[in-house]
Design a protein. Structure first.
Length: 308
C-alpha cells in the first residue's frame, strides 16, 4: 500500500530516497517526504508488517550497550519529572512500545508503578513473564492516569503517529509529561549516508522524523514541546560506524547482527573486514557524534512535552 498523503499534516508527498533495502528480508522500499512538514514515509507499506519482526528483529537488540541505554533513559526520565518522587504512592509510568520490557523493569525497581504496551505475541509473552504489559493504549487506560509516558523509538513504527500521541495525551494526569525518542532523519548522519543510514530500518520504520516534523506533530497532537536532546551516545557512535560499513560492504548491518547475536549474513571475510573497519572508524565516529550533538543534528531526537 502506498501512502496517499502525509498522515501528520495532510501534505503532498514527494520522492526522497529510492531503493532502500531491508537488511533482514532483502526487499526494497522507498521513502517519500512531505512537502509541508518534512516527515518521511516508507512506501509501499506491507499488508502484513508482523512478518518483518520476530527473532531477527527482537533478539539481543541492545547487545552490550543495553545497561548503558536503560540507565540513560532513567536519567532522562528524572530530568523530565524533576520534583516527582517515584516511590510516592500512585506515581505511574506508561512505556509505549516497551520492547523487551527492560526499561519498565528498571523503572519499577526505582519505585514507579509501571505499565508497558506492546502488540500481539510479544505483549502476551511479556505478560507471562510477569511484566505489567498490555496490548495497546486502550488497554492501558484502565491503569492511568499517568505521571509520565515514554515512547522510546516506537513512534516511527506506528502507521498513525498523530493519533498515537493524541491517545497518549488523553492518558496523562495533571502536570504529566511525555518523552518521545526517534531517529533524526534531518541529522548529519542521515544526510551523509542517505539510503545506507543504519537507522532507516525499513519497513519497520514507517515514518521518518526530523526536528521540524516532530515539533509539528507534538503541537498538533495538543502537547507543548518543552525541550529536546540530540545525543544518545551509543546509537550515534554505532550509527556512524555501521552506516559507513553499509555504504562500503555488500551485506547491510553485518557487524550489528554479529554483536547482537543474530544469524550471520555474508561470509567470514566480509565480517572480519567489517570488524576491522569498525575499529578503524571508532575515533572518527566519536568526533562526528560530538560535532552533530553540538549542532543539534545528531542521529536521534529526544523530545520532552506536556499538556497545554
Amino acid at each position: 500500500m502506498k501512502p496517499a498523503r502525509c498522515s501528520i499534516c495532510g501534505g503532498a508527498l514527494e520522492p526522497h530516497l529510492a531503493e532502500v533495502r531491508d537488511p533482514h528480508s532483502g526487499e526494497v522500499f522507498a521513502i517519500e517526504r512531505c512537502a509541508h512538514c518534512g516527515a518521511g514515509f516508507t512506501t509501499p507499506v506491507p499488508d502484513d508488517l508482523g512478518r518483518y519482526y520476530g527473532p531477527a528483529y527482537w533478539g539481543g537488540r541492545h547487545g552490550f550497550t543495553k545497561i548503558w541505554c536503560m540507565r540513560r533513559r532513567m536519567r532522562l526520565l528524572a530530568r523530565a519529572t524533576r520534583g516527582v518522587q517515584p516511590r510516592e504512592r500512585g506515581v505511574r509510568l506508561l512505556d509505549v512500545g516497551c520492547g523487551d520490557g527492560a526499561f519498565i523493569s528498571l523503572a519499577r525497581r526505582a519505585g514507579w508503578q509501571t505499565t508497558g504496551t506492546e502488540f500481539g505475541d510479544n505483549a502476551a509473552r511479556l505478560a507471562r513473564e510477569g511484566l505489567p504489559v498490555v496490548e495497546g493504549l486502550e488497554a492501558a487506560a484502565a491503569r492511568g492516569p499517568f505521571d509520565a509516558i515514554t515512547i522510546w523509538h516506537a513512534l516511527e513504527h506506528m502507521p498513525d503517529p498523530r493519533r498515537a500521541l493524541e491517545d497518549a495525551r488523553a492518558l496523562l494526569g495533571p502536570h504529566g509529561v511525555v518523552i518521545v525518542a526517534v531517529p533524526d532523519a534531518g541529522g548529519l548522519q542521515a544526510n551523509a549516508f542517505r539510503k545506507h543510514w543504519f537507522h532507516l530500518d525499513v519497513p519497520r520504520h514507517l515514518v521518518h522524523f526530523d526536528a521540524r516534523s516532530l515539533a509539528y506533530l507534538i503541537d498538533t497532537a495538543g502537547l507543548m514541546l518543552t525541550g529536546t536532546s540530540h545525543l544518545e551516545a551509543e546509537l550515534d557512535v554505532f550509527g556512524w560506524i555501521q552506516s559507513a560499513l553499509n555504504a562500503a560492504l555488500p551485506t547491510q548491518n553485518g557487524v550489528f547482527d554479529a554483536l547482537t547475536g543474530k544469524a550471520r549474513r555474508g561470509g567470514r571475510a566480509e565480517l572480519a573486514a567489517g570488524f576491522l573497519g569498525a575499529a578503524a572508524l571508532g575515533p572518527a565516529a566519536i568526533a562526528a557524534t560530538a560535532a552533530s550533538a553540538l549542532t543539534h543534528r545528531g542521529a536521534t531526537i529526544v523530545a520532552f512535552a506536556r499538556s497545554r
